[in-house]
Write a protein that binds this ligand. Structure first.
Ligand code: GTP
Ligand code: MG
Length: 297
């Protein structure tokens, strides 16, 4: 009989064979119900950008939650809404495609902002899937309505009430499976997408009405050195007047957006960031299918 020492034993264990409750869960719902806030709060990391403007998330984002007995890979999806414009259709498609790959669909409903026509539309869409659906009410900390919590969970991403219950419930739908990602990862996103999203969030935080929806960010160059990250990026608007609004009087607004984006990028990437940021106009980009596909790729 061959005697194995500790090193031999360890070298024979394949860590990727460790099994836990593992698989994908899609978080879906109307715009602004708190999908991205929930994923960030559960994972304790900024995976997705958040704002009070509906339709903040445009492309699905992967957030990975790890604990002792599970690895849950969340698809944070764009809010599903009823609109026939090309751009909105593409955004809806992003949400729908995530559902197919998931073991569970967590369907968020915000009881503080009623829009039952839209909820009905989502429920209709869900009726076509064979994947289990877990309906969850959000924003419990500000909700004044009495809800039937015997059937649906009622969570808050601010106080984290009902998080444990929701987590246990979600795990019960997941198969025992090998880990799909290294446990050190909390998200999978291309660097240029992540940078563009942080810049976009800052524009969303400081503009209103049609402006947030009229912009897209193009990160054209990244030079990632050990001590410095150099980025060249553009904020595109649909019209020149929107461009002047984003630039602001004496460049005030774009300077504020630039400062906040740069500060957060330095925190995320843990190094000095040099950010060249300019504002340009790309007329009617939301009607340009080729460009939309490129932005949401
Ligand atoms: N009070 C309170 N506010 C919340 C909660 N969750 C989210 N919010 C707020 O609701 C707004 C929308 O949150 P998001 O997480 O961006 O919503 P979303 O569902 O991802 O929205 P889209 O990306 O547009 O589909 C933000 O202003 C959040 O701060 C919550 O539990 N309590
Ligand atoms: Mg979102």
């Amino acid at each position: 009989m061959i005697e194995l020492n500790k090193e031999d034993i360890l070298s024979k264990i394949n860590f990727t064979d460790i099994k836990k409750k593992v698989w994908y869960i899609a978080v879906i719902g109307r715009p602004n119900v708190g999908k991205s806030t929930f994923v960030n709060a559960l994972i304790w990391e900024k995976v997705s950008i958040i704002s009070s403007v509906p339709q903040t998330t445009r492309k699905r984002v992967l957030g990975i939650f790890n604990d002792t007995d599970s690895q849950i890979i969340f698809f944070d999806t764009p809010g599903i809404h009823k609109e026939e414009k090309v751009f909105n259709e593409e955004i809806n498609k992003q949400a729908m495609s995530s559902m197919k790959e998931a073991s569970l669909i967590v369907y968020f409903v915000d009881p503080t902002r009623e829009s039952w026509a839209e909820e009905k539309y989502i429920e209709e869409l869900l009726s076509f899937t064979s994947i289990p659906v877990l309906k969850v009410f959000t924003k419990a900390d500000i909700n004044k309505k009495v809800l039937d919590t015997s059937k649906n969970l009622n969570i808050s991403s601010v106080t984290k009430e009902w998080f444990e219950e929701l987590l246990e419930k979600m795990k019960s739908y997941l198969p025992e499976w090998v880990l799909l990602y290294d446990e050190d990862y909390y998200t999978v996103q291309e660097m240029d997408f992540r940078i563009a999203e942080i810049i976009r969030e800052k524009v969303f935080l400081h503009t209103k009405e049609e402006i947030p929806h009229s912009i897209f960010i193009d990160v054209t160059d990244i030079e990632d050195k050990p001590s410095i990250l150099r980025i060249n990026a553009y904020i595109y608007t649909e019209t020149d007047s929107q461009r002047y609004i984003i630039i602001g009087k004496n460049w005030d607004l774009v300077t504020q957006i630039w400062t906040e984006a740069r500060t957060e990028l330095e925190e995320i990437f843990g190094k000095k960031v040099f950010l060249a940021l300019r504002v340009k106009t790309q007329e009617k980009w939301r009607k340009n299918e080729r460009l939309i596909k490129q932005i949401l790729r």
